[in-house]
Structure formats: C-alpha cells, structure tokens
Design a binder for this molecule. Sequence first.
Ligand SMILES: NC(=O)c1ccc[n+]([C@@H]2O[C@H](COP(=O)([O-])OP(=O)(O)OC[C@H]3O[C@@H](n4cnc5c(N)ncnc54)[C@H](O)[C@@H]3O)[C@@H](O)[C@H]2O)c1
Ligand SMILES: [Zn+2]
Length: 360
Amino acid sequence: MTHTVHVGVAESPYDVTIEPGLMDRIGTMIAPLVRSDKVGIVTDSNIEKLYLDRVVRSIQDCGLDPVVATIPAGEAYKTLSQLLPVYDIFLRARFERTTPILACGGGVVGDMTGFVAATLLRGVPFIQIPTTLLAMVDASVGGKTGVDHPVGKNLIGAFHQPTAVLIDPAVLQTLPPRELRSGLAECIKHEIIRDERGFESLEQNLHRALQLDLDYLSELIAHNVGIKASVVVNDPLERGERAHLNFGHTFGHAIESVSNYAYAHGEAVALGMCAATYAAVELGMINQSDRQRIIRLIQQTGLPTSGLTLSVDSVVKSMYSDKKVRSGRIRFVLPTRIGAVTLRDDLSSELVRKSLESLC
Ligand SMILES: NC(=O)c1ccc[n+]([C@@H]2O[C@H](COP(=O)([O-])OP(=O)(O)OC[C@H]3O[C@@H](n4cnc5c(N)ncnc54)[C@H](O)[C@@H]3O)[C@@H](O)[C@H]2O)c1
Ligand SMILES: [Zn+2]
C-alpha cells in the first residue's frame, strides 16, 4: 500500500511517498526526477552497513552512477568540518548543477545533506530518504537544513526544499526502540497541536506502532507528514504558525541540554509536553481530563512523564538564558484542548518553575 502526501510549498512543491520495501526501488523512483548521469548519496556509518548496498544497486540498475560520501553516525559529528570531505568527494567527481544528492539516514544526515545541497555550486537538487521515525515525520519535511556549532545546535544552515521524500517504513525494523519512541513523541506532538481524531486513533493503535505493524506505521507516517506539511506550507520561513511545532520543545530543549543529552530528544520533548500541559491547566486553558489523556498516551509509548532528576533551578536558568528570550519573556506553546494550541508569553517565572516541579 503506497501513501503519497503532496507538500505544496510555493515555488518548489514535492511529494512524499511512503511504501514498505521502497528501499529496493529508489533507482526507478528517482530516475524520472534526475537530469544527470551521476547521483550523490550521503549516508552515515550505521546506515552504510545496513542499507547502502540496496540503494546503490537500485540506482546502478537504472543506469545511473552513484557517488557515495559517508559521515560518522551521531549528532556529535553534525559539524561544518565533517562536510568538507563531502564537498571534496562531490566536487572531484565533477558534479554539476543538475546532479542530485540523496540523504539516506536519520535527521542528522538529512540536515547535513540538505545543507551541502543548498550550498554546493550554489544549490543542487536533493532527495530525502529518511530512516528514523523522527526524520520521516519531522526533519525530512519543511526544508530546514544545517549543522551545529559549539555555541548551539543548528546555528549554521539554510532553507532548501527537497525534490522528493522517499520513505520505507520497513527500515524502522532495525531502528533502536529508544529512537522509535523518540519519533513517536513528535507524532504525539503533532496530534496535540492539530488533530484530536488523530490523537484518538493513536490512543487506539499505539500498540501496532510499537509492534512495527507496517500497514499502521505507513498510515501514521503519512498522517504526520500531512500535519507537518500543512503547518510549513502556511509558514515556510517560520514567521508565525510554524512555532506551534515547538510544543513541548521550550521546556524540552532546556531539559535535554541541562541533562547533557542523557535524555534523548523525544524523551525531553515528552517531559516538555507534560510541563506545558501542566502550565495550561494552571492557567485554566485546558481541563484536567485532557491532561490525563496526554500523560497516559506519552506513558504508554514508554516515554517519561515524571521522575525528572535534574535540578529545577538549572533548567529554569537555562530557559531564561536562551537567546530567544526577549526582556525576560519566554514564548510558550500551550494546549487549549487536544488538537489546538496557542502562543503565550505571559507565564510568570513561578509558573515555569512549578511546571518543571510537576515533573519531579
Ligand atoms: N530539519 C528539521 O526540520 C529537523 C526537525 C527535527 C529534527 N532535526 C534534526 O534531526 C536530528 C535528529 O535526527 P534523528 O533522531 O533521526 O537522529 P540521527 O540521525 O542521529 O539517527 C539516530 C541514530 O539512529 C541510527 N539509525 C538511523 N536510521 C536507522 C535505522 N533504520 N536502523 C538502525 N539505525 C538507524 C543513526 O545512524 C543514528 O545512530 C537532530 O540533529 C535535529 O536537529 C531536524
Ligand atoms: Zn523535536
């Protein structure tokens, strides 16, 4: 069963195709989009071992010549210096403006490849083949690309939309379970910000996602790509509504960074969604029963909702020292019900602290 989601961004619309087993058909899927005899592939050291052969073979079978650049796996390597050998390989292979580059990996590979594609020869086409749930439902759609800097994450980058996004949910079978749960945190986030019926469906079918039921995962991915796409199409350069995607992330980023990344991104976002929902209840914006449903779904996913062992003081300090904070006001995304959120920048520091204490 194939699902296709159209992402109607102005000037460069593209399709996201979701189909189990698609990894063996990459060549035939990209051939109609390619106007060059070469194709660049960027992958990481884990995906290289698991899937690269299949991708390379399918591209060669279509008469195209794949040129591979492998980066070491992990966020620690999402740096500008790791990109220099990648530019080197592609420039020495005499890439032209029409030569597309494929990103085959998680969000780290996707962000880095997108940045290479945005800057190599001032911009070449790029195709995403995301292999983590997070990259499938979040990072591969929206056109944000870039690398980290010691001063902070994703500080060097560009907007560059892909030509296509090709998703094979079957690759999730090799993904470590903790990474799968991290991706589910973003799915829960999407339902809370936009879709009460989607939330209900996830409540009923979560076990199928955790058991890697490919029919359900395909549906879930298509549904979540649809939500992310509709938000970014309305606000491609992040000037308004796209901020809703930060639900759970204001608290979450601070928790992630104070824990020194001991909490995985999705785990920190799970806690962040609980803290933001607590604040919304305190402000009379959402009722307790919706909060209980949110907490239950996060818990059933195997993500944390309490047991925060970090110092609340340090997390509060980290939140207020963020460079996005203007005159002591932090902008939060808070739920008004399951399926809708609003922006608030009037939370007292006492409420921010109490919300974090609710996680202890
Ligand atoms: N551009 C955006 O809009 C956007 C949105 C959200 C996140 N991001 C970025 O995404 C990154 C996080 O992405 P991620 O969570 O995918 O992490 P990741 O790319 O580091 O992948 C996680 C780990 O899983 C391994 N892996 C990937 N697919 C696998 C598979 N199918 N089987 C086995 N192992 C596999 C990877 O090698 C890696 O070790 C962050 O850098 C974040 O900034 C970007
Ligand atoms: Zn996130």
